[in-house]
Design a protein around this ligand. Structure first.
Ligand code: GCB
Length: 606
């Protein structure tokens, strides 16, 4: 009996762990939003998931009545059910729990969420999906008491089909969210940002046709500015031998293709007189893909991005990336940013600085950011949280990183603004780490050969001469763009020696400085040699910017960082108080002096 149960658990686990294909462009499809107030129960001991012998209810045929996902109610007045979602408080979805409930500010663990809903315009012939923009970190999702699936990874979207369990009325969706950190996860135990837990992005349900357009890629062919190529993937019983029509009216494109038996078709066609997407003219074309019973419209920009020797070329022309690093926080409201309004604030500040480029650190940000960057003409570096001390030899950890990378590329492969996939940040060099990162880069190139690969590496002083900085990292051979973080004058070296520093870089690739910076408490003024003062930060920028400008092949910079952000590592009073103070803007939205130093520097760049 025990054996049968464990086989059963294994089977269900395997089924639910196989991620379902991600719906492309859910963003512009009509869905029913489940955003709003959700009931929640904080479950520190996970007693809604395990019984008192620590055996999971999930995956057993008859889960005990204390399994929270069943949403049980007492049958009569003598009945004992020791939880009740309807009596539990509510909080906002999307939203992290830390910034919504004071008691949960430092909480890392399990919270159960429940939302009841009726399906608008229910149509029994349709297939229904529930889509999550992101849940940090692990989500177990149940509809009407049955498991839909699980997802691991806090910053990428996922969806589950729920046709088989859905009713027109009185559905209840329950999500167990667990944001406990662990050594074998991605990210791992230690980061320099807040581990916000919860359903942090939109939740939407989609009613789709029996056969629908699941995925597509429509981009200029690698290094070709007069040809579009990509693919279409259908899903459903009639996916084979289907006629697929692609139209781009403004380019007078109207093409038809036939899918193979797997519902897949590669596409390729010439395009003429394209207005290329760029930072100065972010032209987006309306692209429509249609099959007999489904149609999606997207807004796609066409541009090429490539490197030539030490230069980055956008549409064949050399570009300097005037950037800034950004964390996904709306500090003024508190917590994770997620909405279009949040994106407008962050990217609006970047524009005000004079940026044409941002580094979305250190994990995939919400889709509003990249969609808005597409509209505003801001080029984007996107990253996965392979950060610091990942378990390089653990195959499961690798898989988690690869899944996050895949989901990110899946989501953003049609966005012109997205130009660089970053594999990692400040990871210590070793043979195992090189194998891990090289495998990731190979995967990224296989999924998308039209963007550049990079990672934020580290530099250090040369033994013989500490004023000469070098990057000793074999992964530099693998990437397209050599990027590294450098903190001369803050973590090492004297601020008044910055001007004497130079970098020796003997690789024929463009260079991006992915970070530099200094902490300053906004409003704290002192002489410019006093740490934590705005003047110290200002001086560091004044000294660093011209020094970096002399690096051969320098093609961009993303100073650290746009806004102060929460980090549990930053405990120093009265300056930090739980904040990393390297922002150019404070958590109250006030600009520090160095903001204007950088702005001036960008203004003077051609
Ligand atoms: C770094 C990390 C970044 C930190 C920053 C700092 O190099 O990449 O995540 O927040 O330094 O402030 O120390």
């Amino acid at each position: 009996m025990k054996f049968i149960i464990s086989l059963n658990i294994l089977f269900i686990t395997i089924c639910t762990w196989a991620n379902q294909p991600l719906l492309q462009n859910n963003y512009l499809r009509n869905g029913q939003s489940l955003n709003g107030r959700w009931h929640y129960i904080v479950d520190v001991y996970e007693s809604g998931y395990f019984n008192y012998r620590m055996e999971p209810h999930d995956g057993t045929e008859n889960p005990g009545s204390s399994a929270f996902f069943l949403n049980k109610k007492p049958k009569n007045k003598t009945d004992r059910i020791e939880y009740d979602f309807d009596a539990a408080p509510t909080m906002n979805v999307p939203g992290d729990w830390n910034s919504q409930k004071e008691k949960l500010f430092y909480y890392e663990g399990t919270v159960w969420y429940k939302k009841s809903f009726n399906v608008e315009n229910y149509d029994a012939s349709k297939r229904y999906y529930v889509h999550f923009g992101a849940v940090n970190y692990r989500a177990d999702v149940y509809l009407n008491g049955k498991k839909l699936g699980a997802h691991v990874g806090g910053f990428t979207p996922f969806n589950f089909e729920m046709t088989h369990l859905l009713q027109e009325k009185d559905n209840f969706l329950i999500v167990k969210v667990d944001n406990k950190r662990a050594t074998d996860e991605v990210p791992t135990l230690s980061t320099d940002w807040w581990n916000y837990g919860g359903i942090t992005r939109d939740v939407t349900i989609y009613g789709l046709e029996a056969t629908f357009i699941e995925d597509y890629k429509i981009q200029l062919t690698k290094n070709k500015n007069d040809e579009v190529s990509g693919y279409i993937q259908l899903n459903g019983v009639d996916k084979g031998a289907q006629n697929v029509n692609i139209t781009i009216p403004e380019l007078k494109i109207n093409k038809s293709f036939l899918t193979d038996k797997n519902g897949f078709v590669s596409v390729r066609f010439p395009v003429k007189r394209v207005t290329y997407w760029s930072d100065t003219n972010p032209k987006l074309y309306e692209v429509t893909i249609a099959i007999a019973k489904d149609k999606v419209t997207d807004k796609i920009g066409f541009r090429t991005i490539e490197t030539k020797g030490k230069e980055i070329l956008l549409n064949g022309k050399k570009i300097f990336l005037k950037g800034i690093s950004i964390h996904e926080e709306n500090v003024m409201r508190g917590g994770r940013a997620w909405s279009m309004e949040d994106a407008k604030v962050l990217l609006g500040w970047a524009k005000e600085l004079g940026c044409n480029y941002v580094r979305l650190a250190h994990y995939p940000h919400n889709e509003n950011m990249i969609r808005l960057a597409d509209q505003m003409g801001i080029l984007v570096w996107e990253e996965i949280p392979v950060y610091w001390t990942i378990q390089w030899t653990n195959a499961e950890t690798y898989q988690k990183a690869e899944t996050q990378l895949t989901e990110l590329i899946q989501r953003d492969k049609n966005r012109a603004s997205s130009i660089i996939w970053s594999m990692a940040n400040e990871t210590p060099t070793s043979k195992e780490r090189l194998t891990f990162l090289t495998k990731l880069a190979t995967k990224a190139r296989a999924l998308d050969d039209t963007r550049l690969i990079s990672a934020a590496l580290e530099d250090h002083g040369k033994k013989e001469d500490q004023n000469i900085m070098i990057v000793e990292d074999e992964f530099a051979e693998v990437v397209d763009v050599l990027s590294f973080n450098q903190y001369y004058g803050w973590y090492g070296g004297e601020i008044d020696n910055i001007k004497n520093i130079r970098w020796e870089i003997d690789i024929d690739k463009p260079v991006i400085i992915s970070e530099f910076g200094a902490g300053a408490l906004q409003g704290y003024h002192a002489d410019n040699m006093t740490r934590w003062s705005e003047e110290f930060q200002e001086l560091l920028y004044e000294e660093t910017l011209p020094t970096l400008a002399k690096i051969p092949g320098i093609s961009g910079i993303t100073p650290w960082t746009l806004v102060d952000f929460r980090s549990p590592r930053r405990t120093l009073l009265p300056y930090q108080d739980g904040w990393n103070r390297k922002g150019l803007i404070s958590e109250t939205g006030n600009k520090k002096k160095a903001f204007y130093t950088l702005k001036e520097f960008y203004k003077n760049i051609e």
